[in-house]
Each structure stands twice: as C-alpha cells, then as structure tokens.
Write a protein that binds this ligand. Structure first.
Ligand SMILES: [Zn+2]
Length: 650
C-alpha cells in the first residue's frame, strides 16, 4: 500500500462441422426434396397436438428498442418424441429443451392473406429474407423461400390440422387461451424423432404494420423456427421469457432488436455448426443454462460449483480470457485461467461460489467468460440469501463507557471482512495526530492489521500530489468486538501498548444500521455515513473524510496534512441548511498524547477555525467546501469503496 486511502482490495468479480453454406441455387433444389419429406410426415399426423407455451406476455417497463414491440411467442409440438435425445448441450435454450434441428433446409412459404395495407408484400418478403440471411451468416443452417401458399399458418391456439408447409402468414394473435393482446408474432414448431419437421409463423396484424417491426419480429421468430427458445442472456434478439422446457432459468426481457447478438450467434452455432464466415473458430456449447445455488446464509460462502468449458468446434482454438461475475454475491473460485487455450475437443474447468452479502432475499447475476472469438459467453446465476447480515461496525467509536475520554476516537469503514480504521488523537506535544490501519478479519469478531501514520501535501495543495504521500508503519492494531456496539482496541506503537474499551459514539438520533452490500448502487444511499475521498476515486489518495450521520447531523473527521506536511485532522459538526446541504463550524483540537495513561479529557481544547459545507448530489457524490484560517477551497468527493459494492447505512 502506498497511501493511507489508496486501499485496493481486489474483489473477485471478476458440434458443428465445417463446410460451405449451401448456395442459394442448390438450396432451392434441396428445398424441393425436403418439402416432399415434410408433406409425407404431415400425412401421417393429420392434426396438430397442442404443445407447450414457451412465450407469453412480457411486462412493460424494460428498456427496449424504439418503437418497442410486444413479445413474439412460440409454441412447440413433439409429434413423436425421440426415445434418446442424445447428449444435452445446455448452453442455449432450445424450443424442445434439447437441441432439435432441421435435418435439411427450412423452406418457408408465404401466405399474403390478411397483410396490413401499411406494409407491402415486397417489404415482407425482403424482411423475412434479411432475417434468414442473418441466421445463415451465423451458422450452417439453411433457410429458403419456396413458392407462395394459400394455406393459413397454424392458428394462435394450435387447433388447425397440420399443413407441414412452414407457412409464414398473418393473423389475429389476441384470441385466448394462448393468444393475447401483447403478442406480435408466434411460431409453432413441431418435431419427429428429435428433428424439426414443421414451423409456422404468424405475424400479428395489429403490431406488424411497418417494415422495421416486421424485420424485428421476423429475425426473432426465425430463431424459434430453427430451434432456439428464448435466450438466458439479456439484450439478445432471442431474449424473452423462458418457458417450461427450461425450468429454473430466469427470464430475460424481449427487446425488439433486429440484429443478431453474440448469444444468438452462439445458439445458432451450437445447433448447426459454423457458417463459412465462422468456420475455423473455436466455440463453446456446454455451458450450463444457469447455476442455482439455493439458500446460503449471509456472510457465508457456498460450496464451489464446477463449470466445464469444452471447445465444441472441429477446428480452431478457444482462448479463455477473463472470467467475471456481474454481482459481488457470486465469486469466481479459480480455474480456466486467462490465456488457457482449448484446442477442438479440449476442456477446462472453473468454479463459482455463492457468497451473499447485503440483506436476505433472492439474487441473480451472470457469469461471463471472455474468449478470443465468438464471445463473450454468459449464463445466469441464481441463489437465495438467508439469515441476518453479519455484524457491521461501520461508524464513529470512542472510549467506553461513553463520554469517559472525549477528545479521541476511531472511525471504522467496514466493507466485507475489512475494517479501514482511522484513529484521531494527539502526539506527545498535544498536536493532532492520526493513525490508520487496514484491519482484516481474523477468527471470530477480531480484526487486526498494521498501524501506520503518514505525511503528505498540505491540505490546501493544488494539485494534491498523491505520489508525495509517505506512509510509515509504526505498530499494530487489533479490534475485538463483543457485540455490534462494544469492543476493545489494542494498539502497539513503537513498543508502547495499550488496550482501550470502545463503544459507538451516539450524538443524535436515529443511529443508523449499516450493512455491507445492501445497496449495489451507492448513489441511492439515503444516509451519507462512510469514508469519502476526492472525486474521481483514487485521484487524491492520501486524504479523506469520515462522515458519521445520525438523524440529520453529520460529524465529520477530515484526515489530511498541515502546512508542514505533518498529519493533521479537523472535525466539523454539520447540520442541514438546505436540501442535501450540511454546514457547520470546523475545529482543530489539542489534547493529551495518545499514549497518556490516564487520558485526561480536561486537557482537550477545541478551537473553531472556519466552516465546512458538504453538498450532496446523491448518495455517492458531492462536494466539500471549507474555509480554514482564511484558506478556502472546494473539493469534489465520492465514497471510498475498497470492497465492492461497499457499505451503506440506513
Ligand atoms: Zn419469442
């Protein structure tokens, strides 16, 4: 560590086959043969059996492309289930839960009946072909237009006899029970013996009234038609509510995208193998659809779950990059380290654990695996945090019993298992002196670390050069807590040692409760208690201020350096003078040496030397304006987070 406030505690967030895409001409010839096969199947079947509802209605409120469309849906019908579905490739979510594909080309026929007059037939055909082109560019699927038909697509409720013509047409999708007012498109797929044999898509005559809307829904519905269910990743063309064939996977919101995203392309690859454009690049298909960690007590860590990454390509390596978690409740526990290279068929294994922070409730996050090509890969993580949060000691403490030694104190910034401690006291000459410590949790409720002091640029230096801050280790500090409000402070400075009983300092009501991880977005914090430093973070490491807020009163301890570069602290008691603005006198204090025994509080002398004003923009940002002995300055400040996402009090 180089400066007292520059604490950096790293939190760990941190099939196919090659071959040419069938050219359009050949595809047309292939289309004819496949189509005949499909018709024979249809003759065997006679009528459709109603399958599983995959998509229903998406709730409003998610960010969507503009203009937003409601959710397109899909249904599937397994006409003759395969007895053995083969190895499951769970990364992507498939309409039938397992990766069913078209054995040949998906040849679709257009039915123009019912088309809204606001969109031309030419635009419809162009939109479908553009969507098909995107999928064929991503993977080795073939989708081709066959001749127009007058056969209607499957009805919204799946009640019509099967035509097995792969009709794309128009209809009213608001008819219950499966229909509803917020469906913009529906695809019925059916399968026999593990292969897709029919797909009918109906565009809503209510919603699909312009070429852009058609392109958006067409690319999504074609994804269903080739065998993809809704993605488990947000922000993809195939994002949408996850159906019963993929139980436990959290929903993602449909978002009206018209261009395939990385997870869409990965799904296509894992079903059909690489397109010409993607040939020779490694890819992963065996990621879990999601990892569910169950209930885990706050402050504890679940067992690690193993995730195996296998390069499923026939040629081309996968080079693993950073593996990271989107939420601090989930932790990467090692394996598949950056730079790991997987040749085709090779695997590596890494671990993820659930270590919930904050308060009890359900958690959702994502694991992300960066790769050199065709990545990153993401999949959801879920779990439930149970029990009470671990004790948090965040706040201002002083000698116990309360008021027995006014004049000195310690501030604890408590994040995760780390206490960042600032101790404000006096040197042998009675001048203000501060020490700091990074105390790590030991066994039980004991925290200890080295105690240091620092010299640095004067408080009013412009610029404040953090590189000039010099830390000196002078001893050690150990804090042992008996409950959330009581403990002992044992220190050793240059061979002199003392143990002090300490307790929280209460100067106003209400005293807040502080919880590590209770608020991922610190800007939303309503109480300003915590350690603050110059904005942007780490721009002026070496000075800081601890703000204790009880009710609407702020007690501020400002740790900095005097004009002589020696450690100096000042205090301010600030009260509201306007919304989000707190102001009050700023004082310097002299008193007995930290080593004095007994500590004689009658020798503590406080002298007002100016004013301090804190103006908060939100729970995580503000400014600090001071006037000290005629020197005035304003500094932008932000919370100091050394273990993400930090601690908030309320
Ligand atoms: Zn859908």
């Amino acid at each position: 560590m180089t400066t007292p406030y520059a604490i950096v505690i790293v939190s760990v967030r941190g099939v196919g086959g090659d071959g040419a895409m069938t050219v359009v001409g050949a595809l047309w010839r292939e289309a004819g043969r496949c189509f005949q096969a499909v018709l024979r199947v249809a003759a065997d079947i006679g009528v459709w059996v109603i399958g599983t509802l995959i998509i229903a209605v998406v709730t409003a409120g998610f960010a969507r492309a503009d203009p937003a469309l409601p959710d397109p849906g899909s249904f599937n019908i397994d006409l003759d289930p395969a007895t053995a579905s083969g190895p499951r490739a769970p990364k992507q979510l498939y309409t039938f839960g397992v990766p069913y594909t078209w054995s040949g080309s998906l040849n679709w026929r257009y039915n123009d009946a019912g088309r809204p007059t606001s969109i031309s037939k030419t635009d419809v055909i162009a939109g479908i072909n553009a969507a098909a082109g995107q999928w064929m560019a991503a993977c080795k699927v073939t989708i081709a237009q066959a001749s127009d038909t007058t056969t209607p697509p499957q009805t919204i409720n799946g009640t019509a006899p099967s035509s097995n013509e792969n009709v794309i047409g128009w209809g009213n999708l608001a008819i219950p029970p499966k229909g509803g007012p917020n469906l913009s498109g529906v695809t019925y797929t059916s399968s026999r013996q593990g292969a897709l044999v029919d797909a009918d898509t109906t565009f809503s005559t209510t919603w699909i009234t312009n070429p852009l809307a058609l392109r958006r829904v067409a690319v999504h519905e074609l994804g269903h038609a080739i065998g993809l269910a809704h993605s488990n990743v947000e922000g993809q063309v195939m994002s949408g509510p996850v159906g019963s064939n993929n139980p436990g996977v959290p929903d993602t919101p449909y978002n009206s995208l018209s261009t395939l995203q990385v997870d869409d392309i990965q799904g296509c690859l894992c079903l059909y193998g690489p397109s010409v454009a993607n040939a020779g690049q490694g890819f992963l298909c065996d990621l879990p659809s999601h990892l569910e960690f169950g209930s885990t007590a706050l402050g504890t860590t679940s067992g690690s779950k193993a995730v195996t990454l296998t390069n499923d390509a026939k040629s081309g390596n996968v080079v693993i990059g950073q593996i990271s978690m989107s939420a601090p409740d989930f932790r990467y526990t090692g394996g598949c380290y950056p730079g790991t290279t997987l040749a085709p068929g090779q695997s590596c294994t890494f671990g993820i654990a659930f270590a919930p922070i904050g308060t009890a409730g359900s958690r959702i996050g994502y694991a992300q695996i960066a790769t050199g090509t065709l990545g990153p890969y993401r999949f959801p993580l879920t779990g439930t945090a149970s029990g009470a949060p671990p004790r948090n000691y965040e706040g201002l403490w002083w000698n116990a019993p309360a008021a027995s030694e006014p004049g000195w104190g310690v501030n604890f910034a408590h994040q995760g298992d780390t206490l960042f401690v600032t101790w404000f006291t006096y040197d042998n000459e009675g001048k203000p002196l501060w020490f700091a410590a990074v105390a790590q949790k030991q066994s039980g409720d004991v925290y200890s670390g080295e105690l240091f002091t620092a010299t640095g640029p004067a408080f009013n230096a412009v610029p404040f050069k953090a590189s000039s801050v010099l830390e000196t280790t002078v001893g050690s500090a150990t804090f042992s807590f008996s409950d959330v409000n009581h403990g002992t402070f044992a220190w050793n400075v240059d061979g002199v040692a003392q143990t002090k009983a300490i307790t929280r300092q209460i100067f106003a009501s209400a005293v807040p409760t502080c919880t590590f991880g209770a608020q991922a977005n610190l800007a939303l914090a309503s109480n300003h208690q915590g350690l603050w430093w110059n904005f942007p973070a780490n721009s002026e490491a070496g000075w800081g201020m601890y703000v204790t807020q009880q009710g609407d009163t702020l007690f501020i301890t400002w740790y900095t350096y005097g004009l002589d570069g020696q450690p100096m602290w000042l205090i301010a008691l600030a009260r509201p003078i306007a919304p989000n603005v707190y102001s009050g006198p700023i004082s310097t204090v002299t008193g007995p040496s930290f080593a004095a025994a007994p500590f004689d509080p009658s020798r503590v002398v406080e002298t007002e030397i100016g004013t301090a004003t804190l103006t908060f923009i939100d729970g995580n940002n503000g400014s600090f304006a001071y006037s000290v002995n005629g020197i005035a300055q304003t500094k932008e400040i932000t919370r100091q987070v050394f273990v993400a996402p930090g601690t908030v009090c309320q």
